[in-house]
Structures are given as structure tokens and as C-alpha cells.
Design a protein around this ligand. Structure first.
Ligand code: NAD
Ligand code: IPM
Ligand code: MN
Length: 366
């Protein structure tokens, strides 16, 4: 049976990096002998311009039926002022997808590539070997709260609010996947919160701690306050393995951790709603780079496709069960970088297409 991929380029550089990753997918899926049934559709701004909605019901239906989604990036100034009745997910096509598919566990991977160490802000000794997973809770917290709005106080001043709320189970189900990921790595987890200030932070710490102690006693768990975690990540990134964070802290820390790789354009993610101990994930998962639509460089053919290509590697790994092919694709990226290929965000001169072709050549040669 074919593996069904729904590809949604979105906006800005989204369609450019998606195109690059589909070229790569074509090569790697043939090599792994996995037939792909590819569907493409519009998302967010592109869907708004074509259909007057940020995501069509048909697109959501196709997403539910797909094995995996590849998403480029969404958003841009042109669509910033659209206001739709409903919750936060109704204002954003990608957030709607995350919510509808309940992909609450987002795995964001940052690593220090030897070939790029001189292009990072770090001294080589500080960053060599750094490899960090920031696990971001993706379907709750302040970003999906119903308790949000803008009103006017008695004194006539505008007041705005977005409640950062979590239920015990929302934290626990997320923590389980985080610990499971840690088991596949070196088994060290740092959970991040502001339990010194926020009640939601206290619940976060208690729930993560309890899941850790009772279900994953083999995993070393440390708790850090989020401000200190940001500082420690900046100073000693090579000491981190898996970081667990809520939706908002995870959004910030996954970009921050990305500094070790030299560019936001290098970072992939997998957004899952389950992770079995063995075998591939069953529910539709979303694979997307961590970066946004980069309106400042859109349309120039210079976007770094690596974050999107490495998202394909994560799809091979988690959803297709093609673990060896996933590692081979990552090795191909490594070799393309080592042989000097670099897009402009990394200080190089290669185009999106040249970088992509270099990765494909290296993949074939491995
Ligand atoms: P951004 O990630 O789009 O860009 C930040 C900077 O990084 C820009 O200078 C950009 O040129 C550069 N950059 C990002 N990805 C790159 C790549 N692949 N290659 C080369 N350079 C790259 O973040 P932003 O500027 O804060 O946001 C722009 C728009 O993207 C906003 O509308 C925002 O809401 C949206 N956004 C979407 C996502 C997503 O779809 N997952 C993520 C973040 C931001
Ligand atoms: C990300 C982005 C998104 C988020 C935006 C575009 C909704 O910053 O995927 O990291 O905040 O989740
Ligand atoms: Mn972000």
C-alpha cells in the first residue's frame, strides 16, 4: 500500500523549500522502495488568496486521511490583519491542522554540524557535538486557550489577555512522549517551567516529575526554571539532550537551541499525536521546518532547504519506519555541508536548488 503524503507549501519560502523536499522525497522513497501517494494543497495565506479561507474543509479531510503531512511555512504581513471568529486555531491554517490532528508532541531537533561550526556564534569547543531535542507541547497552553481577548477596563484603558492553561493529562501525555524520545537517546531530560511564579508551572513540574518517577525511572530528569534554562542553553548547549517545554517556552527555546546549527533554516520538526515504543507512528503526523515564511527572502530561490529536507528524514524515521534511509539522508546532508555547500543564511552562495541537488547526489553516492 502506498504511503499518503499531503504536501502544503503555505506562504513565502514555504513552497520553495517544500519543492526541494519533494525532489528529495522522490529519490529517497524510491531507494527505500516505498510507493508514495502525493497530494498537494494550499494553506493559510495561499488558501486565503485562492478560496477566502485559511484552510478548506476538504484540506482538513485530506489531512485526516493522510499518513503524513509535509508543511513549508505560513504567514506574512499580507495576512496579518485577518480576524476570524473562533479560537486561536481559527486565525492560522497551520495551528488549525495541529489542533485538528491533535499533534501535541512536537520534536524539534538542533545539532552542531562540524562543517558549520565556524558559522555559528559559538567557540568550536563549546558547541562541538551538541545535539539537542526541544520537545514542545503543541496543542494547549497560552497559544490555544479559549480564555483570550481584548476589552476595556473601567478606566477606559484597553486590556488584552491569553490564559496559559494546562490540564494534568495534557502535560502527562506530552511528557510520556518526551521520555520515550529520551530513551532512544542518552536518557537525559531537562524539563522547563516557571513553577516559582505560575500555578500552571507548578502543575507542569508535578505532572512531569510523577510521569518520570513512576513510568520512566531509567531516565535522568532535571527541572530548570525557564529563564535559567535559556541562559544554560546559550552557555553550554553541548550538555543538553532532551528539553521538555510547554507551547510558549518550547517555541522560544527551539529557535534558541537552533543557534548551534548556524541558521534557523537548518531545523526540522516532527509533530506527533502518538509514539509507540517500537514501530512507526499510526496517526497522521506533521513534518515541518521550525522556521517561518521568511518574507524578506521569498521568491529569490535562496532559502535554505535543509530544515525541510531533515523534516523528510524525520518522516522516514517516525512515520515510514525507514530508519536506515532516514540516517542515510542525514548523512547526505552532512556530506553536502562538508563539501562546502551552503546557502546565504549560512554565509554561502548556493541557491536552494543547488543545495538540494548536492544532498541528492550525496544520498545516491552513499
Ligand atoms: P522566519 O523564520 O520566517 O524568519 C526569521 C529570519 O530567518 C529571516 O531573516 C529569514 O530570512 C531567516 N530564515 C528563516 N528561514 C530561513 C531559511 N529556510 N533559509 C534562509 N533564511 C531563513 O521568522 P519571522 O520573520 O519571525 O516570521 C515571518 C513569518 O513567518 C510570520 O508571518 C510568522 O508568523 C511566520 N512563522 C511561521 C512559522 C511556521 O509556519 N511554522 C514559524 C515561524 C514564523
Ligand atoms: C512555529 C511558529 C508558529 C507557532 C506560528 C507561526 C503559529 O512560530 O511553528 O514555531 O508559534 O507555533
Ligand atoms: Mn516559532
Amino acid at each position: 500500500m502506498a504511503f499518503t503524503v499531503l504536501a502544503l507549501g503555505g506562504d513565502g519560502i514555504g513552497p520553495e523549500v517544500l519543492e526541494a523536499s519533494l525532489k528529495v522525497l522522490d529519490t529517497v522513497a524510491r531507494s527505500a522502495r516505498i510507493p508514495i501517494d502525493l497530494e498537494e494543497d494550499l494553506l493559510h495565506g495561499a488558501a486565503w488568496d485562492a478560496y477566502g479561507v485559511l484552510i478548506r474543509p476538504e484540506t482538513l479531510e485530506r489531512a485526516r486521511r493522510a499518513d503524513a503531512l509535509l508543511v513549508g511555512a505560513v504567514g506574512g504581513p499580507k495576512w496579518d490583519d485577518i480576524v476570524i471568529e473562533g479560537g486561536p486555531e481559527d486565525q492560522d491554517g497551520l495551528m488549525k491542522l495541529r489542533r485538528e490532528l491533535d499533534t501535541f508532541a512536537c520534536i524539534r531537533h538542533a545539532r552542531a554540524w562540524d562543517a558549520l561550526i565556524d558559522r555559528t556564534p559559538y567557540l568550536p569547543g563549546r558547541v562541538h557535538g551538541a545535539d539537542i531535542i526541544v520537545m514542545r507541547e503543541l496543542c494547549a497552553g497560552a497559544m490555544f486557550t479559549r480564555t483570550r481577548g481584548m476589552d476595556t477596563t473601567k478606566s477606559g484603558e484597553r486590556r488584552a489577555y491569553d490564559l496559559n492553561e494546562y490540564t494534568d493529562e495534557q502535560i502527562r501525555r506530552f511528557a510520556r512522549i518526551g521520555f520515550e524520545i529520551a530513551r532512544r537517546r542518552t536518557g537525559r531530560v531537562v524539563s522547563v517551567d516557571k513553577s516559582n511564579v505560575f500555578i500552571a508551572g507548578k502543575l507542569w513540574r508535578e505532572a512531569v516529575d510523577d510521569v518520570g518517577r513512576s513510568e520512566f525511572p531509567d531516565i535522568e530528569l532535571t527541572h530548570l526554571f525557564a529563564d535559567n534554562a535559556a541562559y544554560q542553553l546559550a552557555c553550554r548547549p553541548a550538555d543538553f539532550d532532551v528539553v521538555l517545554a510547554d507551547n510558549l517556552f518550547g517555541d522560544l527555546l527551539s529557535d534558541q537551541a537552533g543557534a548551534i546549527s548556524g541558521s534557523l533554516g537548518m531545523l526540522p520538526s516532527a509533530c506527533l499525536s502518538d509514539l509507540p515504543r517500537t514501530g512507526r507512528v499510526q496517526g497522521p503526523a506533521i513534518y515541518e521546518p521550525v522556521h517561518g515564511s521568511a518574507p524578506d527572502i521569498a521568491g529569490q530561490g535562496i532559502a535554505n532547504p535543509v530544515g525541510m529536507i531533515l523534516s523528510v528524514a524525520m518522516m522516514l524515521d517516525y512515520s515510514m519506519g525507514a530508519v536506515k534511509t532516514a540516517r542515510r539522508l542525514e548523512a547526505a546532508v552532512d556530506r553536502a555541508l562538508a563539501s562546502g555547500y551552503a546557502t546565504r543564511d549560512l554565509g554561502g552562495t548556493h541557491s536552494t536548488a543547488e543545495m538540494t541537488d548536492a544532498v541528492i547526489r550525496e544520498f545516491r553516492s552513499l
